[in-house]
Design a protein around this ligand. Structure first.
Ligand SMILES: Cc1ncc(COP(=O)(O)O)c(C=O)c1O
Length: 366
């Protein structure tokens, strides 16, 4: 009765973390949850007000192509941030966050029976999307000695879609622009498309990371952006895809069937969010303050922090997740994200600054 792909699938790893959190909470242990990457930062009041102001007496079905105002705001942002000239009518479509769009890309493209490639450790959705689409999922290891970038020469012949995700979850690694340039060349030579999941481009601490949108030839690049992390709006569900017109046309044809356009009041709040950078600066400052507490606390234990240049994550060699859990510090074991994550632990800096200070004190005492 049940789709075998679903039946064979392991529990989504974060469901297991949530179970651990509930169990500890029931035992009365204060849990400081560095597990799941769901920001606890407040959404800027200006964005919340825009949502409330936009709440209509009656909310009709939102159209898949989204409001022109939102597509234009997204295009303006791409121009400001990446210098990319993107046509809001033919090269952008809003999405319900980015997860659903990442999941379904393999169904929108002709991937059944073909190879879809992604690096691991990874966000689990590239694989799941590929499997539900009947594609063959293949991984490339992301290793420390290569800066957690895949060896692009290892992309198998016959690949139809390659996923990349920089800044990277879980390692926090950043890819230089030359990486995207090489990927675009290979995509042309070998005739594959690239899904570039750029959920974390705005959570940086030194210099803004590049995007596949900065390439002079974007003809094979399908870029996924989201307000979830940039604007701490995970629950709003708002993102967009920027891609060549033929891919956007395919998404416009596919998405009304699924019905995943964001609500118009969310779209109107999203216009305000994409047009403002002040709140994003403030968000980065809050994560920076948490890094300044946690990095020395972890290093003082003799644990090494690798990559972790951007994103809300610290990728740490050495800690025992079970021992941390006993003391109420919940982290994600690296192997949750794939075999190459073994030996690492991911700290998502989502607890408050005070909680980070308490966690640092617990670590000092460990
Ligand atoms: C790498 C990566 N991509 C995409 C997403 C999806 O985010 P959203 O659907 O909230 O836009 C996440 C969320 O954690 C993520 O870590």
């Amino acid at each position: 009765m049940i789709n075998p792909t679903l039946a064979e699938m392991a529990t989504y790893p974060f469901v297991r973390l949530e179970e651990a959190r509930l169990r500890l909470a029931a035992e009365g242990v204060e849990v400081i949850d560095f597990g799941k990457g769901d920001p606890n930062e407040p959404t800027d009041p200006m964005i919340r007000k825009a949502l409330v102001d936009a709440l209509p007496e009656r909310a009709p079905y939102p159209l898949a192509q989204g409001l022109p105002e939102l597509r234009q705001a997204a295009a303006r942002w791409c121009a400001r941030r990446f210098g990319a000239d993107i046509d809001p009518d033919t090269e952008i479509i809003p999405t319900y966050g980015s997860k659903e769009a990442i999941f379904s890309l393999a169904q929108v493209l002709d991937t059944a029976g073909r190879i879809v490639v992604f690096g691991e450790p990874a966000y689990p959705v590239y694989e799941r999307g590929a499997l539900f689409a009947g594609a063959e999922a293949r991984t490339l290891p992301l290793l420390r000695q290569n800066g957690f970038l895949p060896d692009l020469d290892e992309i198998p012949h016959g690949t139809t879609l390659v996923w990349v995700n920089y800044p990277h979850n879980p390692t926090g690694a950043v890819a230089p622009l030359v990486f995207y340039e090489r990927l675009a060349e290979l995509a042309e030579e070998r005739d594959f498309l690239v899904g570039s999941d750029e959920a974390y481009t705005e959570l940086w601490f030194d210099s803004p990371p590049p995007s596949a949108l900065e390439l002079s030839d974007r003809s094979r690049m399908i870029v996924f952006q989201t307000l979830s992390k940039r604007s701490s709006m995970t629950g709003y569900r708002s993102g967009f895809v920027a891609a060549p017109p033929d891919v956007i046309a395919a998404l416009k044809a596919y998405r009304p069937t699924v019905g995943t356009a964001p609500q118009e009041f969310v779209q109107r709040a999203s216009v305000v969010a994409w047009d403002d950078e002040r709140h994003v600066d403030e968000t980065r400052a809050r994560y920076r303050a948490k890094r300044e507490v946690m990095i020395p606390a972890l290093e003082a234990k003799g644990w090494e922090i690798v990559a972790s240049e951007a994103t809300m994550y610290l990728w740490v060699v050495g800690p025992d997740p079970e021992a941390l859990l006993e003391r109420g510090i919940l982290v994600a074991p690296g192997e949750f994200f794939g075999p190459s994550g073994a030996g690492y632990v991911r700290f998502a800096l989502v607890p408050t600054l005070d909680e980070c200070r308490r966690a640092a004190a617990i670590l000092a005492d460990l």
